[in-house]
Design a protein around this ligand. Structure first.
Ligand code: FE2
Length: 325
């Protein structure tokens, strides 16, 4: 069964092609954010202009014809409405023209499941950290399996916090990954630290860091911002592992590409004798392959939906999405 997946929840328009779990293609075009952030209408226009060429590039990479596709998946949410709509329309059009089944996929489930399954993990505690999301999860439920949220951010995602700081500090490009580069060799200055049980908050540390600009070196602020916010995640993840008596840990999402975060989480896992699995970086960034990967499993489980039921949901909660297998 060959499945094509479309991802368009934010700045990336991605198309992936999967055959029985094997990734044949993972192509994308990415909107350049610049200093203004994401203006939904402009990003959606970018996706609409580039969608055709990304589909063609994915088919070419996979070495198949559009007629070889047996099923379609697309990101239902969460994400930016205008952007989600472009992916939904592309996916519905393809399913209609090809007469193949279609299934909506939760974006977070895409990140987690491609990381969990490719890492060979069975039932891990999951740290999902990206621009819009920061959550600690574990599979729950009996007949209807889903990810239960053990802890999450009270306000903004950690990636959003790092990106916002990068913009305030006039870093170029204004990404969390630029903060990571700037943090090399910094010294620690005190930062607000907010963990409540397994929940955490990032707006306080963002405001405080912005106020330190000009008072301390950028290097020291970036270093301290990372050390403190990552420590907050480590405390919460350690608590979740102990509470659930888990010896497996899965880390995924855009911020999981950060080498220092990986190092700190690795130390926690080692201390508790836990096996740790990460997604490869191409799947931590937004991508179509993760949507195709999950869609293939959902379609095999009979979770395809009629075309007129293919909607989008900007606030599609991960704990309301079914997990297959
Ligand atoms: Fe994402």
């Amino acid at each position: 069964m060959i499945t094509l997946g479309v991802e368009s929840s934010a700045h990336t328009f991605g198309v992936g092609i999967v055959d029985k779990g094997k990734i044949l293609a993972n192509e994308k075009s990415m909107y350049k954010i610049g200093t203004t952030g994401m203006i939904p209408k402009k990003v959606a226009e970018f996706h609409a202009q580039n969608s055709g060429s990304v589909v063609e590039a994915a088919l070419s990479k996979a070495g198949i014809s559009i007629r070889d596709i047996d099923g379609i998946g697309y990101t239902r949410g969460p994400g930016i409405g205008n952007c989600l709509q472009v992916g939904q329309i592309v996916a519905k059009t393809l399913a209609h023209k090809l007469h193949v089944p279609i299934v909506p996929v939760n974006h977070g489930i895409g990140h987690i499941e491609i990381a969990r399954i490719r890492s060979g993990l069975r039932d891990p505690v999951v740290l999902y950290v990206s621009g819009g999301n920061s959550q600690i999860l574990k599979i729950a439920g009996g007949s209807s399996r889903h990810y239960g949220v053990l802890g999450e951010t009270f306000d903004i995602g950690i990636g959003n916090m790092l990106d916002n700081f990068a913009r305030a500090a006039h870093l170029n490009p204004a990404w969390g990954s630029t903060v990571e580069k700037e943090a090399q060799g910094g010294r620690y200055i005190e930062m607000p630290y907010t963990v409540k049980g397994m929940d955490f908050s990032f707006t306080g540390i963002l405001t405080h860091s912005e106020k330190q600009l000009g008072k301390h070196s950028l290097r020291d602020i970036c270093f301290s911002l990372q050390e403190t916010s990552f420590s907050m995640l480590c405390e919460a993840i350690e608590r979740a592992m102990l509470l659930t008596d888990s010896k497996e840990l899965c880390v995924c999402g855009g911020v999981a590409q950060n080498a220092r975060l990986k190092e700190m989480i690795g130390l926690i896992a080692a201390e508790h004798g836990a096996r740790i699995g990460y997604a490869e970086n191409e799947f931590n960034a937004d991508n179509g392959a993760m949507i195709a990967f999950v869609a293939e499993r959902m379609l095999k489980a009979g979770l395809g939906v009629r075309l007129n039921k293919c909607d989008i949901e900007q606030r599609y909660r991960i704990d309301s999405a079914t997990v297959v297998g």
